[in-house]
Each structure stands twice: as structure tokens, then as C-alpha cells.
Design a protein around this ligand. Structure first.
Ligand SMILES: Nc1ncnc2c1ncn2[C@@H]1O[C@H](COP(=O)(O)OP(=O)(O)O)[C@@H](O)[C@H]1O
Ligand SMILES: [Mg+2]
Length: 487
């Protein structure tokens, strides 16, 4: 299969979408750009400095010769020494001087100049560029910088000579060539190395993100313990990791609550079912009288009622949690409702030798509430109070309202709740003394139901139980504006 252009484009665009690739490309391009700029500018500076130093040397020589011609025009020996001997003695960067009189006839010439340079070309090229330095190529390939200048002979300036100076700059050119060679070597090296360095930096930078992704990938309902360890992360990513860990904490907690809840449900359903099964098995083991059968059936019925109450409570809680649950609000006279609940529990209060009263408010407390749910909530609170108040105690129901809230309170003088258990009493299936409560028929769902009824109304529930002073539970429900009577 050959590569189609379109598939190459998609590969590139897929690569481009990765953060590592973008960072790598960015670092590499920036690095190459800077290296290129640095090398090129250094090269240009070096080249111009070399030219400048050569030109200064030439200007200096011109100046010396001019001075000699002007001040000592007859001292031919000194001139000859300057032109024929001094320059000829140099081994590197040799320079050549030619002195021409006003008829353009050579007067003095550095030996070997004609071998190195095409003198006719030199004269031609420098003729119109008086005192400017130009570059020409010598006969054997060496590069020269040359200049030519006019020089007055004698103080009275009887005539004018021409000085031509050429200096061999091939060594400087070689230096520049070596420099260019290394420039390309360094640039190629940078091409190879910068993407690697950039890739390492990018990898290092995004490693925390990848670790977070790996952790997230490992998380499932059976493995919620995994956490990110943000040591050494940059602070932005450390705070992201912290937020992520907090989310996992919350998830783990609610998962654990749900699985504890399911275990509790299974346990609480099993007990009555086992009881029914045990009774039935014992009853069937041999022939029984009809009275005995009756006892067994009654006992089974009791368990069945317990079971169906429990299932009813669970269903209620499940429905109350659903976002689709709604209230049937109506105008409720709360004082009247408390009295009904009191009446309902009158008999069991008498049985337990507990005084049960509903305190009457001076003004009627009326609010838009769901009557059935409110009855259920208050009923649960009264049942708890009666169950935990020893003979001789009292249970009081009361209600009052301010502008925004209805407060309904159930207080008793009972055994109270230990401080360490108080925060958990609204949890499902929580019982302070589970063995005792279980015997007395409590499932631990009563207060959970009270709380969800309060929350359905947009309210809340609070419980206090100062040691030795019984327990007070307060329901707080917001008062809704009274509905307009329809028709
Ligand atoms: N008025 C009260 N006085 C003392 N303890 C109480 C009172 N109300 C609730 N409790 C404690 O809180 C626990 C949870 O109450 P609840 O949710 O109604 O469950 P249940 O009544 O089924 O045990 C009870 O088991 C009991 O230990
Ligand atoms: Mg209860």
C-alpha cells in the first residue's frame, strides 16, 4: 500500500494536535532561530572587523609614505627600505607597494609584486577609486585588498606621485571560510539536537498530565483507592491533581456509602425472611393442632408486615432521592396536624407511662406543606421519642413560625444520644444500639426518612441531645407564599 497524500496530512494534523509535538516544534524552532541569528551576526561582525583592521593598516602605510615623500623626497634609501625591504621581509600577510611618478612610470616596487598581481589590472582598477580599498584576486589565486593614493613630492609640491599598496588577505579569507564551515556544522548539529532537547522538555512538562490520565484510566468502582501523588509537580498541575484527588475522595465515599447501604439492606431483609422460613420449617416438622398453626401464621404475618414496612421505607427513600419526586403541597394547619399525631400515639404513650402533649401556639401556624409526608416525619420523631423515654418521662410536640420558616419540635426527657453517635443518626440503617433497637423493631431508617422529607420541602432537620436532658429534634421548613385558591 502506498501512502496517499491525504493520509500523510491526517498524520501530521494528528501529531499537531498533541501537546508534546507542539511544544517540541516550538522549542526547536526558537532554538534554531536564536543559534542562526547568533552565528550569522558574529560572522558579519568578524568579517567587518577583519576588513577594518586591514584598511587601517593600508591607510597607515599610505600615511607613512606620504610623509616621507613630502618631508624627505631626496632620501631614496629610506624610501627603498620602506618599500623594497620591509614588506619583503614579512612571511604572512605580505604586502606590496609600488611608487609611480607623475608620468606613471614605476619608481620603486616591492620585489615579487609582479608575480603576485597583474599590475595593469591593479592600475586600472584603482585608478578611479582613489584612497578607497577594493578587493582583487591575485595571479595565483590569493585574495588582496588594494588601495592607491596620490602623494605630493617635496614640501613645495613640485609634482605628485602615486602610491599603490596591496596586502595579501588570503589567510583572513581562510579564517572566514573555516568559520563558515563550522557555522554549518553547528547548525546541522542544532537541527539534530534541538528537537531532541525540545522533546525531552515537553515530555517532562506534560508527564504529570499523562500520570493523571493513567490514574484516571485505572479507576473503576472496585478500585477507587488510587490517587495522584503531586510531589514535584509544578503548582498549576499540583492544584489540578489536588482537585482530582478530592473528586476521587468524594466518589469513594459515596461508593462506600452505597455498598454499605446495600449490605445493610440485604442483612435487614434476610432476618425476617429467615424467621418466616424457620417458623414454617419447625411447624411442618410434625403434625400440629390448629391453635399451633394459628400461632405460626400470626408470627409469620408479623414478620411479613416488618418486611413490607422495611421495603416501603426503602422505596420511599429511593423515590425521595429521584429528581422527579414532587410534593403535594396544601395549606396545612400545623397545630392541628401535631394534635392528630399526638392522638395516634396516645395509646402507646399510655402503655409506656409517658406523658405526650402537643403545646398549642397562641396563633395558628399555617403553611404550604405536604400533609402526608409531614405526618410521617412527625410520627417517626414521636415514635423515637416514646421508644427512648423511660416511664415517668414527657414528650412534647410544638410548632411556631417566623416570616420565612416553620419550626416543628419534638422533645423528650429520655435517655438521649451519645455525642459521638449524634452526627450519624440521620444515616440510613444507623442505630445507636443496634441489638436493642433491632429487638424493638427499629430499622434505622426513621430519621433518614425525616431528613429526606425535610429536604424535599427545601428545609432541614437538627437534633440536639445534651447529656441528661433528653433529645430535641427540630424540623425547619420554609413557608411558601399561600397559593391562590383555584376558581
Ligand atoms: N429521641 C431519641 N432519643 C434517644 N435516641 C434516639 C432518639 N431518636 C433516635 N434515637 C437514636 O437514633 C437511632 C436512629 O433512629 P431511627 O433512624 O429512627 O432508627 P430506629 O428508630 O429505626 O432505630 C435510633 O436507633 C436511636 O438509637
Ligand atoms: Mg425510629
Amino acid at each position: 500500500m502506498s501512502w496517499k497524500p491525504s493520509s500523510r496530512i491526517t498524520t501530521v494534523s494528528r501529531l499537531w494536535r498533541t501537546l508534546a509535538f507542539r511544544l517540541t516544534a516550538g522549542y526547536a524552532l526558537a532554538g534554531l532561530f536564536l543559534v542562526t541569528i547568533a552565528i550569522v551576526s558574529l560572522y558579519l561582525v568578524l568579517e567587518s572587523e577583519l576588513d577594518k583592521s586591514t584598511d587601517l593598516f593600508l591607510a597607515d602605510k599610505v600615511h607613512v609614505l606620504r610623509t616621507m615623500l613630502q618631508e624627505r623626497p631626496d632620501d631614496v634609501d629610506a624610501l627603498r627600505e620602506e618599500i623594497e625591504l620591509e614588506s619583503a621581509a614579512r612571511q604572512y600577510e605580505r604586502f606590496y607597494i609600488r611608487l609611480l611618478d607623475d608620468q606613471n612610470t614605476p619608481v620603486l616596487t616591492t620585489p615579487g609584486m609582479a608575480d603576485q598581481l597583474d599590475l595593469a589590472q591593479l592600475a586600472g582598477k584603482t585608478k578611479n577609486h582613489s584612497e578607497r580599498t577594493i578587493r582583487i584576486k591575485g595571479s595565483n589565486g590569493h585574495a588582496f585588498r588594494v588601495t592607491s593614493a596620490l602623494a605630493q613630492v617635496g614640501l613645495s609640491a613640485t609634482h605628485t606621485d602615486t602610491v599603490q599598496i596591496a596586502i595579501d588577505v588570503s589567510q583572513k579569507e581562510e579564517l572566514l571560510a573555516r568559520y563558515r564551515f563550522w557555522f554549518w556544522v553547528i547548525l546541522l548539529g542544532a537541527f539534530a539536537i534541538f528537537p531532541l532537547i525540545g522533546y525531552q522538555i515537553a515530555r517532562h512538562g506534560i508527564r504529570p498530565v499523562e500520570e493523571m490520565a493513567t490514574t484516571a484510566r485505572h479507576i473503576s468502582s472496585s478500585n477507587l483507592k488510587e490517587r495522584i501523588r503531586p510531589e514535584g509537580y509544578p503548582s498549576e498541575l499540583a492544584s489540578l491533581a489536588g482537585t482530582f484527588n478530592e473528586m476521587l475522595d468524594r466518589l469513594q465515599e459515596s461508593f462506600e456509602r452505597i455498598s454499605r447501604f446495600s449490605a445493610d439492606i440485604a442483612h435487614d431483609l434476610r432476618t425476617p425472611v429467615n424467621n418466616i422460613r424457620g417458623e414454617a420449617e419447625v411447624a411442618l416438622a410434625r403434625a400440629r393442632t390448629s391453635g399451633e398453626y394459628r400461632d405460626v401464621i400470626e408470627s409469620c404475618l408479623e414478620e411479613a408486615v416488618r418486611l413490607s414496612d422495611l421495603i416501603g421505607d426503602l422505596l420511599f427513600l429511593a423515590r425521595a432521592e429521584s429528581p422527579l419526586s414532587y410534593l403535594r403541597r396544601e395549606r396545612v394547619d400545623v397545630g392541628e396536624l401535631l394534635d392528630q399525631v399526638r392522638e395516634y400515639y396516645e395509646a402507646s404513650a399510655v402503655d409506656g407511662e409517658v406523658s405526650l402533649t402537643a403545646a398549642v401556639a397562641s396563633e395558628p401556624v399555617v403553611a404550604e406543606l405536604d400533609r402526608t409526608l409531614l405526618q410521617r416525619a412527625v410520627g417517626n420523631l414521636v415514635a423515637n421519642a416514646l421508644a427512648h423515654t423511660p416511664p415517668g418521662g414527657t414528650v412534647v410536640l410544638s410548632a411556631n413560625a417566623d416570616v420565612s420558616t416553620v419550626h416543628i419540635e419534638v422533645s423528650d426527657t429520655g435517655i438521649g444520644i451519645p455525642a459521638e453517635a449524634l452526627p450519624r443518626v440521620f444515616d440510613r440503617f444507623f442505630r445507636v444500639d443496634s441489638a436493642r433497637s433491632h429487638g424493638s423493631g427499629g430499622t434505622g431508617l426513621g430519621l433518614a426518612i425525616v431528613k429526606s422529607i425535610a429536604q424535599l420541602h427545601g428545609g432541614n432537620v437538627e437534633i440536639v441531645s445534651p447529656p441528661g436532658h433528653g433529645t430535641q429534634v427540630t424540623l425547619q421548613m420554609p413557608v411558601l407564599p399561600a397559593r391562590q385558591p383555584t376558581m
